[in-house]
Design a protein around this ligand. Structure first.
Ligand SMILES: NC(=O)c1ccc[n+]([C@@H]2O[C@H](COP(=O)([O-])OP(=O)(O)OC[C@H]3O[C@@H](n4cnc5c(N)ncnc54)[C@H](OP(=O)(O)O)[C@@H]3O)[C@@H](O)[C@H]2O)c1
Length: 236
C-alpha cells in the first residue's frame, strides 16, 4: 500500500513562526525566507490583507503557510471559499497548513464562518483551522462549532507580550485545557521590547511567538531562542 502519511498527517507547527505582514515580493523577503528555513521548515504567518495579497505572493512555493481570511462586512461565509482560492493562487499552492478567521464578525453570528473554515479541511485546501482576535465567548463558540464539524480548532492567535498579558486570565487557560496551540502576535510589541527578554518569556510559557522581521540576523536570533527554550504545545 502506498505511504500517503505525508498527505494525511499535517506537519508540526514548530516552536516559533515567521510573521510576514511586511513581506513583499523581492530580495528582502527572499533573504528572510532563506534565513527562517535555513535549518528546517518554519511556519510563515500571512493574511490575505497583508500588503493586499503581496505578503502571500512573497511566500509563493513556501512549504508551511498559515493565512487569514477577513470576514469583511460585504462578504458572507460562502465567500470564504473564493477568498481561499485567491490566497492559494497567490501562494502558488494547493493547500495551506492553517487557515484562520482573522477577526470575528462584529454584529452577526460567527458560526457560518467557522463552518466554512472547517469545510476547507474536508476539501484538503487547509490542513488545520484557527481564529484570531476572538474574545473568550467568541472562542468558546468557535471551538464548539468546529468540533461539531469534526475539525478541532488547532490554533488561536492573539496579541501577547511582556507588556500585554490579558490573555493569561482566560484565553490561554482555555487553549491549554483544549490542546489548542496559542500563537502570540506582536511578540516584541512592534520592536519596542528586547528580543532577549520578550521571546524567552513566550517560549517558556509554551506559546508560539509570531515574530515579524525582515532582517536575517534577527531571524537567526529568534531561532536561537526557540532552539534553547522550545517544547511548545502538544501539537508542536
Ligand atoms: N492576527 C492579527 O490580527 C495580527 C496582528 C498583527 C500582527 N500579526 C502577525 O504577527 C507578526 C508580528 O507582528 P509585528 O511584526 O507587528 O510585531 P513584532 O514581531 O512584535 O515586531 C516587529 C518589529 O520588531 C523588529 N525586530 C524583530 N526582531 C528584532 C530583534 N531581534 N531586535 C530588534 N528588533 C527586532 C522588526 O524589525 P526588523 O525587520 O528590522 O527586524 C519589526 O520592526 C506579523 O508579521 C503578523 O504575521 C497578526
Amino acid at each position: 500500500m502506498p505511504d500517503n502519511s505525508a498527505m494525511t498527517t499535517p506537519a508540526p507547527l514548530g516552536p516559533i513562526a515567521a510573521g510576514t505582514n511586511r513581506f513583499r515580493p523581492g530580495p528582502k523577503a527572499a533573504a528572510a525566507r532563506r534565513a527562517w528555513t535555513a535549518e528546517g521548515p518554519v511556519l510563515f504567518d500571512s493574511a490575505e490583507i497583508y500588503g493586499l495579497g503581496r505578503s502571500e505572493r512573497a511566500l509563493a512555493g513556501e512549504a508551511l503557510v498559515a493565512t487569514k481570511i477577513m470576514p469583511h462586512p460585504w462578504r458572507r461565509p460562502g465567500g470564504l471559499a473564493d477568498a481561499l482560492t485567491a490566497s492559494l493562487a497567490r501562494l502558488e499552492a494547493s493547500t495551506v497548513r492553517l487557515c484562520l478567521l482573522h477577526f470575528p464578525t462584529r454584529w452577526r453570528d460567527n458560526s457560518g464562518w467557522v463552518r466554512a473554515l472547517a469545510a476547507e479541511v474536508h476539501t484538503g485546501r487547509a490542513q488545520g483551522i484557527g481564529v484570531s482576535n476572538h474574545d473568550l465567548g467568541q472562542l468558546r463558540e468557535a471551538w464548539r462549532v468546529a468540533n461539531e464539524e469534526g475539525v478541532p480548532l488547532e490554533v488561536v492567535q492573539d496579541e501577547y507580550h511582556l507588556d500585554k498579558r490579558g490573555v493569561e486570565a482566560e484565553i490561554l487557560p482555555f487553549c491549554q485545557e483544549h490542546g489548542i496551540t496559542f500563537q502570540a502576535f506582536r511578540p516584541l510589541d512592534g520592536g519596542r521590547l528586547p528580543s532577549s527578554e520578550a521571546l524567552p518569556f513566550l517560549l517558556e510559557r509554551r506559546v508560539q511567538p509570531v515574530v515579524g522581521t525582515l532582517n536575517p540576523d534577527h531571524v537567526r536570533e529568534a531561532l536561537g531562542y526557540s532552539k534553547q527554550l522550545a517544547r511548545v504545545s502538544p501539537t508542536i
